[in-house]
Design a protein around this ligand. Structure first.
Ligand code: NDP
Length: 493
């Protein structure tokens, strides 16, 4: 029986035509082809196969943490001049605005779990800056349960379901926490009423980790970022949260969506705590310890901006489910500190996005930077953005690319171990062993001649400047070798 016929027959041209996934218009998408009135289905019915096959693949792996969340688009604005401490492009100039996307979440529950669970909240922002996407992958607490990287997956296991009963398990929960007592500070936050925020709109966000804001001359400060809700911090007590878990488990998701729909655009004021490397060395607290804050009386907050969430996603899956944050999505002027938990997150977040969304997850529109040009990344599932066409997929001498300059390091870096980003330079030493092999070949009659001919018959197909550079390279192996290869090659070019 056809349900669609009556509609499709009479509609205007500007109404979209329903098609199969390959664009073929379909007469009746709800009808399937059968052998006669009551016979079996036909394998030739592509519309049916298309619908079933797609439906069977609708689910992607849910986030192993932060699975349940809500998000919205927005805008960041610089409120104060902080050019004395940073040259980050997004923060240059009072009034400068940057488009963004934010996502909030619970941590431990699955995608269908209750929003009002006692749990930290994820607080992630993606800023589409002129110099790439800058992600703030924060929480609503300024600290966390642990300070060692390997403990993260282990700790999360203890807060999830029991492997035998598939139930949340208070013994597991407290067994871990009472045997890993560095978590007590976070437990104080979690079991205060801030453990059950009233809504995503009414909670703060904290970087928790220490980052470095580094200037082009190599000078840097350590920083922690605070985002304070301008809606006011508001919480549920345990009873209220438990009741909502039953009556409206999607309360926070709904609250955010409805508020934006009503035009009540939530906003947060952003502050930074700034500490010099010298201060860090003698500070009372280890600044790379994620279980500690920087007391605000000693390191005051300095205001620098505000972001506002002002547009709901048009499609939850495309935007909220597929948005992919990582603390390693940084921009010039920001570097990770040596905090080991941050360091491990730099790896783990892109790794999980590769698994969840695929290697080309940055090509999904909500993740797409304003500009990206990395033609050394090639292929892989869903290479949909033209795959860089004919641009060489290696550093080609025919297609030069600009690279940004790296920052100089400072003496303080010795305290944490200096990071060096460089290639090992080519020296005469690199040719010594190649020369040794050339001499070995000379011990056997004909081997050197074969080598020269083998190179020449291949090299003759390369363009002239490449041939010339290669002759010079072989000259460094042996005084005559470059010239010998040149003579043999040019005869064949
Ligand atoms: P301060 O008295 O200078 O700061 C305390 C901060 O605690 C406030 O600025 C406020 O930050 C936050 N706060 C207020 N009420 C609550 C609450 N019910 N639950 C959790 N946090 C609250 O002291 P310190 O900076 O020395 O910090 C003292 C303790 O406060 C810390 O050990 C930490 O547990 C907590 N805290 C500290 C923060 C920091 O970055 N120093 C940030 C948040 C909490 P806000 O406006 O951000 O809520």
């Amino acid at each position: 029986m056809s349900h669609g016929k009556g509609i499709s027959g009479s509609l205007q041209d500007d109404v979209p035509m329903y098609t199969t996934s390959n664009g073929c218009p379909v007469k009746d998408p709800e009808a399937s082809q059968r052998v006669g009135e009551n016979g079996p289905l036909l394998l030739q019915d592509f519309n049916l196969l298309d619908i079933l096959g797609h439906f069977d693949r609708e689910r992607i792996p849910e986030r192993v943490v932060h699975a349940k969340g809500a998000g919205a688009h927005g805008e960041f604005e610089v409120l104060d001049d902080i050019s004395d401490i940073t040259t980050i492009d997004m923060l240059k100039g009072v009034g400068k605005k940057t488009k963004m996307f934010g996502r909030f979440s619970t941590v431990g529950g699955e995608r269908g779990s209750a929003d009002t669970a006692r749990d930290p909240r994820g607080f992630s922002m993606k800023f589409y800056t002129e110099e790439g996407n800058w992600d703030w992958v924060f929480n609503n607490t300024p600290i966390f349960f642990l300070r060692e990287a390997t403990k993260f997956p282990i700790f999360i296991h203890s807060q999830k379901r029991c492997p035998q009963t598939n139930l949340k398990d208070a013994t597991m929960f407290w067994d871990y926490l009472s045997t890993h007592q560095e978590s007590v500070h976070q437990l104080m936050h979690l079991f205060s009423d801030r453990g059950t925020p009233f809504s995503f709109r009414h909670m703060n966000g904290y970087s928790g980790h220490t980052y470095k804001w580094i200037k082009p001359d190599g000078n840097f400060n350590y920083v922690q970022i605070h985002c304070k809700t301008d809606q006011g911090s508001k919480t549920f007590n345990a009873d209220e949260a438990a009741k909502l878990s039953a009556s409206n488990p999607d309360w926070n998701t709904e609250d955010l969506f409805r508020a934006i729909e009503r035009g009540e655009h939530p906003y947060w004021t952003c502050y930074v705590q700034v500490m010099s490397p010298e201060q860090a060395e003698s500070f009372r607290w280890n600044i790379f310890d994620l279980t500690k804050v920087w007391p605000q009386k000693e390191i005051p907050l300095r205001r620098f901006g505000r972001f506002t969430l002002n547009r709901n996603p048009a499609n939850y899956f495309a935007e909220v489910e597929q948005v992919a944050f990582s603390p390693s999505h940084l921009v010039p002027g920001v570097e990770p500190s040596a905090d080991p938990v941050l360091q491990s997150r730099l790896f783990s977040y892109p790794d999980t996005q590769f698994h969840r969304l695929g290697v080309n997850y940055q090509q999904i529109p909500v993740n797409c930077p304003l500009r990206a040009f990395n033609p050394y990344h090639r292929d892989g599932f869903m290479a949909i953005n033209g795959n860089y066409g004919a641009t060489p997929n290696y550093p080609s001498s025919f297609h030069p690319m600009r690279y940004t300059s790296t920052n100089a390091s400072q003496s303080h870096e010795k305290w944490v171990g200096s990071v060096v980003t460089k290639q090992t330079p080519i020296t005469d030493d690199d040719f010594v062993q190649a020369n040794g092999l050339w001499n070995v070949l000379g011990r056997q009659p004909g081997q050197q001649e074969n080598f020269v001919q083998n190179v020449a018959s291949h090299l003759c197909n390369a363009k002239a400047p490449v041939r010339e550079r290669t002759y010079q390279m072989f000259s460094r192996v042996n005084g005559d070798l470059g010239a010998t290869i040149k003579t043999a090659t040019e005869k064949q070019s």
